[in-house]
Design a binder for this molecule. Structure first.
Ligand SMILES: Nc1ncnc2c1ncn2[C@@H]1O[C@H](COP(=O)(O)OP(=O)(O)OP(=O)(O)O)[C@@H](O)[C@H]1O
Length: 504
């Protein structure tokens, strides 16, 4: 029975079993009848010494003939002489093809764990030297072995099918997310925004991404780059809110060696770095007016000059800008240049807030849960009630806030299945008892939360975890803005944040 281990298909092993039964023991025309899917009849599946046609005739309803009786009762039946047995159907093999003289028929049930899987049956020439009891003993053993083999195969098939099914689902999910650049969601407004993105991905026209903080503007900017013919060239992001006014020009246009004290070597600016690719100006509404003029010039002329440089450098850059401000209002109050606004607003794409597409919350929550579980080797689940609660919350900080809440829940919860009640304490509006320095979810409005343009030296322990969280909440999950609130640079803020052991 070495064959049994080699093949996934039990057929060859069972076939060989029937072959040996016939050749060595003279128990001929052995066949294995198995229940069909309905469980109401059986069909010959494996046989030795029967033609295809004979096999095809071997179908038995429950209680039909001897085989049908064994299928129904799970009990051994021996027909001592088929010629005298009214139950013997003689359906398959014509009597004249069988040996003369008395022929018996033995039908041994194949049972596993009190369940009848089928029947192992054969013909036996009645008058032979070996006692019937020996043959029965052998048939019983073989039936038990066949049962184990069939069960093992059924389990393996079930497992394989479920793995294949899982595989199909995963690769479908992977295809979907890959073809949509990791943008999760199916709500009509999001799908519309993706369609607009794809429509303009081939052109070089400037795109202005509009939407509240955390709605995925950066994700869209990257998607636009990936969907464009520029995908092999660099994607350079500049966060206009994070750059001090005095450093803007060198950040965008670079500088020559010796352009100012400390300029020890030439440095390319973002325009040059993004040459051939995409330059993403995030939070463009924060760009100081003087820089707006210089940016407009660079865009109109397609060339820049480095600080301290004499020559103009041609750059081929596709500009994508993003803002959560209402730029028209900024223009109206003189804080944003109108001509630059027109130049940027060639193709506006508006991203819906999470509240406008709450139908996407379950998919987004699971997406983030998966991400955080994987990153932290956790296996936290959300119950249906928890997902429902997440859907009810308004998410002022949008998807970033949702991601942050999921991350906190996964890291700080102490059981694997999160219920609606568990969610509650992680939602920002939850009022929790204050206990400084302990649980970082406990929020304290620290005195350090003031708006400040001046950034003096601040020690690494300057802000409590509570203050960092509080600021992040007030900033709708935007760390740059949270840093501003605390008078920190985004780098200083991130350093402190990461020390809490949280990412995102
Ligand atoms: N549709 C989406 N599917 C999956 N993840 C998303 C989606 N939209 C946003 N995210 C995730 O949410 C987080 C915030 O997104 P992103 O940084 O792109 O927002 P933003 O609009 O640029 O925010 P801000 O204006 O504050 O800079 C990121 O982690 C991003 O991957």
């Amino acid at each position: 029975m070495a064959l049994a281990g080699r093949e996934l298909d039990p057929g060859p092993a069972l076939q060989e079993m029937l072959h040996l039964l016939s050749e060595l023991l003279g128990l001929n025309r052995g066949r294995i009848v198995l229940f069909d899917e309905t469980g109401e009849s059986g069909q010959i599946r494996y046989a030795y010494g029967l033609t295809r046609e004979e096999m095809a005739r071997g179908r038995y309803a429950l209680n039909e003939g001897i085989t049908g009786r064994v299928l129904a009762s799970g009990q051994l039946v021996i027909s001592q002489n088929i010629d005298n047995d009214p139950h013997f159907l003689g359906r398959m093999v014509e009597r004249r093809l069988l040996p003369e003289g008395p022929v018996s028929f033995i039908a041994q049930p194949i049972r596993v764990a009190q369940r009848t899987l089928g029947v192992l049956a054969c013909h036996r020439i009645r008058h032979r030297p070996r006692p019937l009891a020996d043959d029965l003993q052998i048939l019983k053993l073989l039936a038990a072995h066949a049962g184990q083999l069939l069960q093992l195969h059924a389990q393996m098939r079930e497992r394989t099918e479920s793995l294949q099914q899982q595989n199909r689902l995963l690769s479908r999910a992977l295809d979907a997310s890959a073809s949509r650049y990791g943008i999760v969601g199916n709500s009509p407004r999001l799908v519309q925004a993706i369609a607009e993105l794809e429509q303009v991905s081939d052109s070089t026209a400037s795109v202005l991404l509009l939407g509240e903080s955390g709605t995925g503007k950066e994700l869209f900017a990257r998607a636009l780059h990936l969907a464009s013919p520029r995908r092999e060239a660099p994607f350079i992001k500049v966060n206009c809110a994070a750059i001090p006014e005095t450093l803007f020009e060198s950040e965008l246009f670079g500088y020559e060696k010796g352009a100012f004290t400390g300029a020890q070597s030439l440095r390319q600016g973002s325009f040059e770095q993004a040459d051939g690719g995409t330059l993403f100006l995030d939070e463009i509404g924060e760009l100081p007016l003087a820089m707006q003029t210089k940016l407009l010039r660079a865009l109109q002329e397609g060339c820049i000059s480095r600080l301290g440089g004499k020559c103009e450098i041609r750059t081929d850059v596709r500009l994508v800008a993003a803002t959560n401000r209402n730029l028209e209002e900024e223009v109206a109050r003189g804080a944003f240049r109108q001509d630059l606004y027109y130049r940027l607003n060639v193709i506006p794409i508006r991203l819906p807030s999470l509240a406008q597409r709450s139908g996407d919350i379950p998919a987004l929550a699971l997406h983030h849960l998966n991400r955080v579980n994987q990153a932290n080797q956790r296996n936290v689940h959300l119950t249906a009630g928890a997902i429902e609660r997440l859907q009810q919350y308004p998410w002022p900080g949008n998807i970033r806030e949702l991601g942050n809440v999921i991350e906190r829940m996964v890291l700080l919860c102490d059981h694997p299945a999160l219920e609606a009640a568990d969610i509650e304490r992680f939602l920002p509006e939850a009022s929790l008892p204050l206990s400084p320095g302990a649980d970082p979810r406990v929020i304290d409005a620290g005195p350090e939360e003031t708006l400040s343009d001046v950034r003096p030296y601040v020690p690494a322990t300057s802000h409590s975890p509570e203050a960092l969280y509080r600021a992040l909440q007030r900033a709708g999950g935007n760390k740059t803005r949270a840093a501003q609130l605390l008078g920190l640079t985004p780098r200083q803020y991130s350093y402190r944040w990461n020390k809490l052991g949280l990412s995102g």
